[in-house]
Ligand binder design. Sequence first.
Ligand SMILES: Cc1ncc(COP(=O)(O)O)c(C=O)c1O
Length: 372
Amino acid sequence: MRTYEPDLARIDVDGLTRRLHVRKPDMLEFSSNDYLDLAGHPLLKEASVRAIELYGSSVAASRLMSGNISLHEELEKRLARLTGMESALLFGSGYLANIGLLSSITSRDDLVFSDRLNHASLVDGALLSRAGVLRYRHCDTDHLEYFLANRTSRGDRFIVTDSLFSMDGDIAPLRKLEELSLRYNCNLIVDESHAIGVFGNGGGICRESGIKPHTLIGTLSKALGSYGGFAAGSADLIEYLINRARTFIYSTGLPPAAPAAALKALDIIESQPECGRKLLSMASDFRGMIEPTGYSTAPSESQIVPVRVGENRDAVAFSEYFNRNGISAVAIRPPTVPAGTARIRFSVTLRHSRKDLSYAAGKLDFSNSGVQ
Ligand SMILES: Cc1ncc(COP(=O)(O)O)c(C=O)c1O
């Protein structure tokens, strides 16, 4: 009989036990990805309620059966327009989009070159297809080029990267990656989950930089204040995914409230294109407030601001200390981040006031706080 105690004991010895905490509404929230503060917006709630009244709480079938509603298709058109891609397809989540995409478009004969700090879902998708995976050092295009020049495959080759890295808040060298993908005849896949809604007037970093990847991935569950994920690319690719992506074919369509809320979020973002820039400027101020405490926020250049503390148990102790001070900021530990780089990850959102940012940054001045 399979037992779990030995593994759980080992996890505990390494200081890696994860526990669920119920969110407390009175906390100053620095762990949320609701970057534009849209999840509780009255217009999103109203749109969701209207969609539920019209279609019910679930579409109760795969979109290839009876689960396809006009809200899905309208949102796909809007997401394609937002990202500057030809076509888009919704998935149950960003995770499912990455798994569905990579497991269907890559195969045993292909090679995937993946940034070492890419999100787990990009890694898992390639594993499922049994494609060869080579992980290049984080944002190190020389290392990637070494692989590209020396590793051939019988099939196709793919460069896969996050645009904005979720645990460091830094940005991939996308122009160089695009140049390498063209020079070495590779397909460039960019996951814009943390950048959609924030960068490039909401369209993401590729859009902002004039880069056209082979496929762009995004989520509705962060800046768009809703739930679900999407892949965007050529019309042919999207038709292929409808026929081959197992996480699309064999899974229920998004519940009506989700695309309705995301559509409303897009209306708001399109009518207030400066909101992403405002958020990035607040995050830059926050990093400036942290600097005097002696903690480094490098390499962050976005609304994701990690403060590295190194040891797993220290990260947990700091997180608990913030909690006692009314701040929710989670400890991020391996395997989410490399061993020895445990950190507290702050995400700045439009909900924060300058006073909130200054309060949280002040609490990092451990010389006055008594934290051990
Ligand atoms: C880069 C990246 N891709 C994909 C995902 C998964 O998105 P979702 O939460 O919609 O499943 C995340 C979520 O943390 C992410 O950071």
